[in-house]
Design a protein around this ligand. Sequence first.
Ligand code: GAR
Length: 208
Amino acid sequence: MLKVGVLVSGGGTNLQAIIDSIKSGIITNTEIKVVISNNPNAYALTRAKENNIEGVCISPKTFEKREDFNEALINKIDEYNLDLIVLAGCMVVLPAKLISKYQNKIINIHPALIPSFCGKGFYGLHVHEEVLKRGVKLTGATVHFVDEGTDTGPIIMQRAVEVKYGDTPEVLQRRVMEEAEWKIMPQAINLIANNKISVIDGFVKIDE
Ligand code: GAR
């Protein structure tokens, strides 16, 4: 059984997609051990509770120093002996120590086709605003391993989504979630849970 911890900050629709995919068998061999939020009001914590999953809030605002928050986050994650950490709308910059400790064991969903519309400052709705400003016709989502850079780790899976004339950022965000994020994140977790993914020289190999 792959022991997974999910890090969230907000609504948690990607968390919900993972929970639903475990229930329906799209994801096998996987158990969510804990949901950790930096935001005490994240609806994702309610989703965890409704599904009898342990939910924990560790907010940087309750620590005097960032290092103390980092330490608390790492200690909490270590408690669960996790095989995989999933960033599902997690808006916190992770401590470098955590990233090196869990090398190739942290994955993130980004709401664009990396290497477009990614990096520092590109998160959430803002990504879709930028996509619309540039008038591109295709966007999408990317699941990737997390390394020390911002959205630079090995890409696991991507799916393209059409941008339509007249889209608002909210409409486009919803389409990207429905058509890409909620599908490729569960698929990627399932592949990892069934040992189908390896990282070779910084590139992801998927065994079909
Ligand atoms: C998702 O669109 C996710 O791709 C994005 O935040 C949203 C969270 O929604 N993540 C990033 O922008 C990370 N750079 P959710 O809380 O409903 O899953």
